[in-house]
Design a protein around this ligand. Structure first.
Ligand code: GLN
Length: 306
């Protein structure tokens, strides 16, 4: 929990030295003071977040911060650093503050219009890329958000042609930007609409991936404020039983797949059984299996359409 109670409204400690003495406002010293400030505000990874904020403001990589440890910072550099530290201490996720998050070793642009990429979703990329061979080349992602899953998949599988769909026009713009920045825009198309609506005439797809909203509404209410108050509810709230989006998705997905297609659905470990039932209702002869994430919990349902 981002315990906002401990956060003081005032500026981080380094600004008390006004103007900052050269020794206190060198990169290394600012990093240390920033880390202490975020730690006091109960931020979970104060050192990493301080590095990300400093690197972002200074236009450096995190390694460069250490190579320029003794570089004195200007007041014009300290001001935006203080501002971002204050917002981080107040709970805003660091990915939104710096506009980026690494996923599958790639740098993705993010904004508050999209869910911040989660490490467990890399599983969708890895399973998907392993399935894309010479024959499996048409890929669809539904509810793409930042586009991290489908764009990373396109990067890992050069033979794949990938369509992405999201209901949010802001998300579509970000996903298209990520596809371009990561050099796969010639094989990737991002479309705006509800589930398969924009791609009905473009199927059938060989592989469909989705990480739909799967938190129950009650769980959403109780989420860490850093998630609940900042990340898009549209991407998280899966309705009373967390399965609303799978019901919608699996009701229309048969329109864009064929026998032999594979569907990969990320989900909550406790509810993938329910997702499995919905998939079997859509395709009674389907073969299904579960994949575990890095923490050993069931995370992805694989459906072989029959
Ligand atoms: N894994 C995300 C979380 O726990 C949920 C993602 C989703 O609902 N698709 O915050």
């Amino acid at each position: 929990m981002a315990g906002a109670v401990e956060v003081r409204d005032g500026a981080p400690p380094m600004v008390r030295t006004q103007p900052p003495s050269p020794a206190r406002s060198a990169v290394g010293a600012v990093l240390r003071l920033s880390t202490e400030h975020l730690a006091r505000a109960r931020v979970a990874s104060p050192r990493l977040d301080s590095e990300l904020i400093l690197a972002h403001v200074l236009g450096l990589s995190r390694i460069d911060l250490y190579l320029q440890f003794d570089r004195p910072l200007l007041e014009s550099e300290l001001q935006p650093i203080r501002d971002l530290l204050r917002r981080r201490a107040a709970g805003c996720p660091v990915a939104y503050l710096v506009g980026a998050r690494e996923f599958h070793s790639l740098n993705f642009t993010v904004s508050p219009a999209v869910l911040i990429p989660r490490p467990e979703s890399e599983l969708l990329v890895d399973i998907g890329a392993a399935l894309v061979g010479e024959v499996r080349t048409r890929v669809l992602e539904l509810g793409c958000g930042s586009g991290c899953v489908a764009v990373a998949l396109a990067r890992s599988a050069p033979s794949a042609r990938v369509d992405l769909v999201d209901l949010s026009p802001e998300a579509v713009a970000i996903a298209a930007r990520n596809a371009e920045a990561l050099g796969v825009e010639d094989r990737v198309e991002v479309l705006c609409g509800n589930w398969v609506d924009p791609v009905r005439a473009r199927g059938p797809y060989d592989l469909v991936v989705s990480n739909p909203p799967y938190v129950t509404t009650a769980e959403w209410d109780g989420l860490d404020p850093g998630v609940r108050d900042f990340e898009p509810r549209l991407a998280l709230d899966g309705g009373p039983d967390g399965l609303t989006s799978y019901r919608e998705l699996l009701a229309v997905l048969p329109q864009v797949v064929r026998p032999g297609s594979v569907v990969l659905l990320e989900g909550d470990p406790r509810r993938l059984g329910g997702v499995d039932e919905l998939a079997r209702a859509a395709w009674p002869a389907a073969e299904t299996s579960l994949h575990r994430d890095l923490s050993g919990r069931d995370r992805v349902l694989e459906v072989l359409v029959r």
